[in-house]
Design a protein around this ligand. Sequence first.
Ligand code: KDO
Length: 335
Amino acid sequence: MITKITRRTAMGAFVAAGLSVGLSFPAISADMTFTLATSGSETDQRSVAMAEVFAPAVASFADYKPGYNGSMFAQGTELDAISRGNLTMSIASAQELAQFFPEFSIFATGYVHQDAAHQVRVFNDPLMDPFKKKVEDELGVKLLSVMYLGRRHVNLRFSRDEKDVQTPADLAGVNLRMPGTDAWQFLGSALGASPTPMAFTEVYTALASGAVDGQDNPLPTVVDAKFYEVTKQIALTSHLVDLNYIAFSKETWDGLTADQQLTVQKAADAAAAYGRLKQLDKENNLADFIRSNGVEIYTPDLNAFRTHVQAQYVGSEFAASWPEGVLEKINALGN
Ligand code: KDO
């Protein structure tokens, strides 16, 4: 009877005995388990990328155990869980990191990132090194890769006849659900709305009941979370080309062999690239499906939104935390 030994040991024993490693034998537990907590659904492209690309790539030495819809840790608590050694991975946001390190708000600022490729150039640029180092040294979290979440737009319960959104002034008094952290709430205010903090998993019910007037997420999320069932319009504000980071426990990372570290890094990059392409494809092809479900989609006065939102950040507490010259470097990496 094979006792509970690691897969690597068992494989080594078979190979040493000159037996084909293709022999089937009882499942043997891997050396370790990578847990991942996300408030995203199982069908969200970032979750799919982690399950279908990352997990198989590390399977030779680690099992993968995801917790979707905030079931493992509530949205916004994942980084603390990693830091305390209770979680391996999360799909983290710059807004959540800004709760620990305010300077991360630069990556969560409206109308800064221009598109998915710009996000990748910024994440891979040396300008990111001090940010990454601080998160590793002070939080015990390693940011492996940048994931593309998409262009966030204003999505309202009201029909366009009830509330036509052309400029930020049209959002005055609109109770707009935004995620709970300060940087998110600031963005909601910068759009001209009255932001309400709320966990992602509560948004559908809040829209259906009228507890909030709207929310902001990219088109793929509007479809995946079925927000089109409880809203009537999307004003394509593109106010944030949003991203997440594949966040990994530094303690776990430091316990890996060099080969395992290389495998984990390559697996994260491959998953991020796969998810980015799938999300971009969905983003470019979902408008008609959403319209077919009775949701009006239109482009507001983007110049009015961009000018107003950017003006709110000038002189803000967030801008005060940005390291000198970083915004200029980010802009220089744009198109
Ligand atoms: C959301 O709560 O609106 C948000 O889009 C914020 C993102 O940073 C990310 O947490 C996302 O939710 C979840 O992954 C669910 O898609």
